[in-house]
Write a protein that binds this ligand. Structure first.
Ligand code: DX5
Ligand code: ZN
Length: 225
């Protein structure tokens, strides 16, 4: 298989008092998704660089750090120093997106840009060639357990088309309301990296939940035109 479906459980839905155990439980995942919220860009407050450091201490799964913060230009360095393997910031929050991407690459990490549900894919037009990852939000960022916004599928098809037109192949990540029930359609539309918070940590058997979402996603890969 040329392309596979990658799974990134979000520790937003983990038991933070038992984070070590909750990371062990997802050892079959491809990334650990770390949701950084600042109480300003989004109406919730979560993890800082110390949590990224803690994650890096206890697991070898690459850390996929999703910055939902107002000032990524000023803050990105802290998350790079903390050991983030992928840093994704929001296009809506960045002042100098290209400079942030360069800073991420200079630190040896992978760079992603995320778009909120109301931000058009055309926002990526001038920077798509520089990205390792595009994150399409399928909920309004801030909380786990929200419902998937159906219009995301159209945006995923647009991202795929833009990448094909430019001859680039970034990871295409989707975040919010993703689970085994809708993974096939999401992958068919263009995603290959699925974030799942409640759909993994809401289940007793996390490895089984990851496997189920991955299998559902793979069926979407085979359905792609
Ligand atoms: C939402 C966060 C997500 C969240 C997803 O703002 O960016 O990563 O953890 O949670 P679920 O999968 O429960 O929708
Ligand atoms: Zn996220």
């Amino acid at each position: 298989m040329l392309e596979d479906v990658l799974i990134a459980p979000s520790i937003l839905s983990a038991d933070i008092a038992n984070l070590g155990q909750d990371l062990e439980a997802i050892s079959t995942a491809d990334f650990v998704h770390v949701d950084v919220m600042d109480g300003h860009f989004v109406p919730n407050l979560t993890f800082g660089p110390n949590v990224v450091k803690a994650v890096k201490r206890v697991t070898s799964i690459p850390a996929d750090v999703h910055l939902m913060i107002s000032n990524p230009d000023d803050m990105v360095g802290l998350y790079l120093e903390a050991g983030a393997d992928v840093v994704t910031f929001h296009w809506e929050a960045a002042t100098h997106a290209h400079r942030i991407v360069s800073a991420i690459h200079d630190a040896g990490a992978k760079a992603g840009i995320s778009l909120n549900p109301a931000t058009p894919v055309s926002a990526l037009d001038a920077i798509i060639e520089d990205l390792d990852l595009v994150l399409i939000m399928s909920v309004n960022p801030g909380f786990g357990g929200q419902c998937f916004i159906p219009g995301t599928l159209r945006k995923l098809r647009q991202v795929r088309a833009l990448c094909a037109e430019r001859g680039v192949n970034p990871l295409i990540e989707v975040d919010g309301g993703v689970g085994a029930a809708n993974a096939a359609g999401i992958v068919e539309a263009g995603a290959n990296l699925l974030v799942a918070g409640s759909a993994v940590y809401g289940k007793q058997d996390r490895a089984a939940a990851i496997a189920e979402i991955r299998e559902a996603g793979r069926s979407g890969l085979t359905r792609r035109a």
